[in-house]
Design a protein around this ligand. Structure first.
Ligand SMILES: [Zn+2]
Length: 447
């Protein structure tokens, strides 16, 4: 048997690892292999000591205790790792080339000729860094990874599975608009496909949903409130009328898509939930009433604590108007996640990671910091891992692959860790501790 090592990036420079044998075994299927794990964390449910797992044809064929490996697999070669768990997911990312191609609040740069190609080129390494940090799937809620993803699927570049919304849908003048750029310029760019799209009225909103699906959106992203980084609105503002929100959710549902709502202020959160959105992104004004409504509607919170802490720590880089808003959001964001954990709201890992500068606090590849914030807010490490693995596919409705858990029939998207993260969740935040990454049974990273 041979475990395929994808010949790109780190894996390409690594010879056969000490823990993963590539020696051929007699008469077994070339696409099957086994792993023994000192500890297996399944994503949902209790961890298993001295566990084993078999991969066949890119999916998990068997999982159990090492002592119970069926005789059918006696010819397979099993290699050993310390901790095995599902590949992680980040359900709120943006691949925009930021801090390499202009800064986050430098609106005009993105309208210059050639920018999509330049951002796409920068995104190639961001996707690689994300995968090597142990993230085998991302949801992108506005950005260029959706445009780049066909090259990942074709095997030309290395990256996680990408489920992109392509654009963010926003009202004119809303959080997804570029307030300091002439409207005609923005609308012209929107007509050619950008990470944002403006739509107004029931008819306009319905058409915008159809247009992003036409471009390949697997999820619909809207802004039901104002935001922190947009210049001329407030996070407490409600955006889109109830009728517009319903039109978006219903049009998305006709094509089997769910809706993710950037929603900070309470009124905009409640309106989005009433319309039937699947996930509340940020959710800073979450209180008891919001939590109860989220449970009633079977909605998922994506707290994005990472960007809030990251931007607050570098507040001196922000425009004055943004800094004031950020200061207001910081404690709200801490309190809302604590309350959501306490009240048992379903939570998925999402960071709002956007920076392509590796040294930046919110650079691609640092996504696992969100687990640390969740544990700080009262979540157990085991639940934090569920937040990063088993819950995220639920933010995509039926568009998600069967992944995020180590269970028979699920995609063999898995990572091995050199230390036990159940004792210290911070272990997952250091990509060096992620010794192996498999996506669809293909090995992309070895020690
Ligand atoms: Zn975002």
């Amino acid at each position: 048997m041979r475990i395929p090592v994808h010949a790109v990036g780190i894996a390409a420079t690594t010879s056969a690892s000490t823990t993963i044998s590539t020696a051929a075994a007699a008469n077994d299927c070339s696409s099957a292999f086994g792993i023994l794990a000192d500890l297996l964390i399944p994503g949902r449910g209790d961890p298993v000591s001295k566990a084993a797992l078999v991969v066949k044809d890119s999916a998990i064929d068997w999982v159990g205790r090492e002592d119970d490996i069926p005789a059918d697999y006696s010819s397979l070669h099993f290699s050993r790792v310390h901790v095995l768990m599902p590949g992680m997911w980040d359900v709120h990312t943006h691949f925009m080339g930021s801090n390499i191609v202009g800064s986050l609040q430098d609106s005009f740069t993105q309208f210059l000729p050639g920018m999509p190609a330049l951002i796409g080129a920068v995104t190639v390494d961001d996707l690689r860094a994300t995968l090597m940090a142990g993230f085998t799937s991302v949801r992108e809620l506005g950005g260029y990874a959706g445009d780049v993803y066909p090259a990942v699927e074709a095997g030309a570049i290395v990256g996680p599975h990408v489920y992109s919304s392509m654009s963010v849908l926003s009202i004119t003048g809303g959080h997804g608009d570029q307030h300091d750029v002439p409207l005609a310029t923005v609308l012209d760019a929107c007509s050619r496909g950008t990470p944002f799209a403006l739509c107004d009225g029931v008819e306009g909103c319905t058409r915008a949903v159809r247009q992003v699906i036409r471009r390949g959106a697997k999820v619909i992203k809207i802004c039901s409130t104002g935001g922190v980084l947009s210049l001329n609105d407030e996070p407490e503002d409600s955006q889109f009328s109830p009728a517009e929100l319903v039109a978006i959710v219903e049009e998305a549902a006709r094509s089997g898509r769910v809706v993710a709502a950037h929603a900070i202020g309470k009124n905009g959160i409640m309106a989005a939930l009433d319309a039937g959105v699947k996930s509340i992104e940020h959710g800073m004004y979450l209180d008891e009433e919001v939590a109860a409504k989220m449970k009633e509607k079977d909605a998922i919170l994506v707290p994005t604590r990472h960007i809030v802490e990251g931007l607050a720590a570098g507040a001196e880089d922000l425009a004055p108007v943004t800094r004031v808003k950020m200061e207001r959001m910081l404690q709200l964001s801490r309190d809302s996640l604590k309350l959501a954990v306490k009240l048992g709201v379903r939570i998925a890992l999402g960071t709002d990671t956007f920076s392509s500068d590796r040294k930046h606090r919110i650079a691609h590849g640092k996504n696992a910091k969100e687990l640390q914030y969740a544990v700080d807010a009262g979540m157990s490490p085991l639940r934090a891992i569920e937040m990063a693995t088993a819950v995220p596919p639920e933010t995509l409705g039926r568009q998600a692959r069967k992944a995020g858990q180590l269970k028979r029939g699920y995609d063999a998207d898995m990572i091995a860790i050199s230390k036990n993260p159940l004792g210290d969740i911070e272990i997952l935040t250091k990509p060096d501790n992620v010794t192996h990454v498999w996506k669809g049974g293909v090995l992309y990273k070895t020690p």
